[in-house]
Design a protein around this ligand. Structure first.
Ligand SMILES: Nc1nc2c(ncn2[C@@H]2O[C@H](COP(=O)(O)OP(=O)(O)OP(=O)(O)O)[C@@H](O)[C@H]2O)c(=O)[nH]1
Ligand SMILES: [Mg+2]
Length: 333
């Protein structure tokens, strides 16, 4: 089946077409380009949740419970499990997938695992494209789960409307592991496993961490910060039990409250602008680097400059300037 037919089917909500198109955008940036260009107008309907937490924090259990709630409300849910640490779609994620699938009537849930297989343009780029496909497929909610608490989430969560970080009672290791950039984009801290001792202590630790970082949070010039999030949204903290579902009604209310916060005062607009800027930058980096690599590695370029390289009249800075000229990036408008 050709890509155009797949896209038509996708727009009708065809599950197999969604799965096929996802495989294409994961593997081939040329086709992704064509696919995204032809579906972009239909994107923007889904609400995107980013969820992260240390291994074993209970992300999969949490997402299962949350997804059941959404499905019961008649919503169609897409779940993307992203593992930046793994070069393969590993056993653990696959296990998750099966475990999660057991929990639902599958009709309204679409689950996909993605690992770092050296996708052209990176895993974050591929995730953005998969989100768009699931959006057009008709998912009302798209949940992006990533393993670990670190830098990679910040890229992967670029398009998330609401970011939830899962922590658990016990040592403060999980708090220590939260990188500054991630903290800035976290909207909700959920202390999972509230049935275990130390949940209140963990809440107190989170509050302390947030207080310590007020300055940087509100005055940051960190390019990763989503600058529409001015002082208005103070991250919410909630204790939950993902096995019993305790406090999930409250959790859903907080998510809804955050959505309302984003929608009022045109915050959604600045969100869209920031998102397209970040995505464009990512694509530009990829395209420009590819072009430059092509030039630098071409036999012609090396032949033309070999003697200058050998007699050291061409240093790396001058060589870079040469390339910039060759691709026309030095021209001022
Ligand atoms: N007591 C208790 N256990 C929980 C709770 N939520 C999850 N668990 C348990 O914690 C363990 C890990 O849960 P998962 O949902 O697999 O955690 P995960 O974060 O997805 O783990 P990885 O995918 O390995 O990173 C499982 O044994 C769950 O049953 C909870 O609220 N309370
Ligand atoms: Mg898991």
């Amino acid at each position: 089946m050709d890509t155009t037919t797949l896209i038509t089917l996708l727009k009708e909500g065809n599950t197999r077409a969604a799965a096929r198109l996802i495989t294409i955008v994961e593997n081939n940036i040329k086709d992704s380009e064509m696919i995204i260009k032809s579906i972009y107008k239909d994107t923007g309907k889904a609400y995107i949740l980013g969820i992260t937490g240390a291994p074993g924090a209970g992300k999969s259990t949490f997402i299962s419970t949350l997804t059941k709630k959404f499905v019961n409300q008649g919503k169609k849910v897409g779940i993307i499990c992203v593992d930046p640490t793994s070069p393969l779609t590993g056993g653990a994620l696959l296990g998750d997938r099966i475990r999660m699938k057991d929990n639902f009537s599958l009709e309204n849930v679409f689950i996909r695992s993605m690992a770092n297989r050296g996708q052209l343009g990176g895993l974050a780029r591929a995730t953005e494209d998969v989100i768009k496909i699931l959006d057009v497929y008709g998912c009302d909610i798209i949940i992006v789960e990533t393993v670990g608490v670190g830098q990679s989430e910040i890229d992967i969560f670029r398009s998330a409307h609401t970011v939830i970080v899962l922590l658990v009672p016990g040592t403060g290791d999980d708090i220590q592991a939260i990188k500054a950039g991630l903290m800035e984009i976290t909207d909700i801290f959920a202390v999972n496993k509230m049935d275990l001792p130390g949940a209140d202590r963990k809440v107190a630790d989170i509050i302390q961490m947030l207080e310590l970082n007020t300055n940087f949070r509100y005055e940051s010039d960190n390019p990763n910060a989503r600058n529409f999030k001015l002082q208005e949204w103070v991250p919410e903290i909630i204790k939950v039990n993902s096995i019993t579902g305790k406090n999930f009604v409250e959790l859903s209310n907080i998510i809804q409250k955050h959505e309302h916060f984003l929608r009022k005062n045109g915050v959604f607009h600045s969100y869209m602008i920031n998102r397209i800027k970040a995505e464009t930058m990512q694509i530009l980096k990829h395209k420009i680097v590819k072009k430059i690599e092509g030039l630098l590695n071409s036999n012609k370029f090396i032949e033309d400059h070999e003697s200058q390289v050998l007699d050291k009249s061409l240093d790396p800075y001058s060589m870079a300037d040469l390339i910039i000229k060759m691709v026309g990036l030095d021209q001022k408008k």
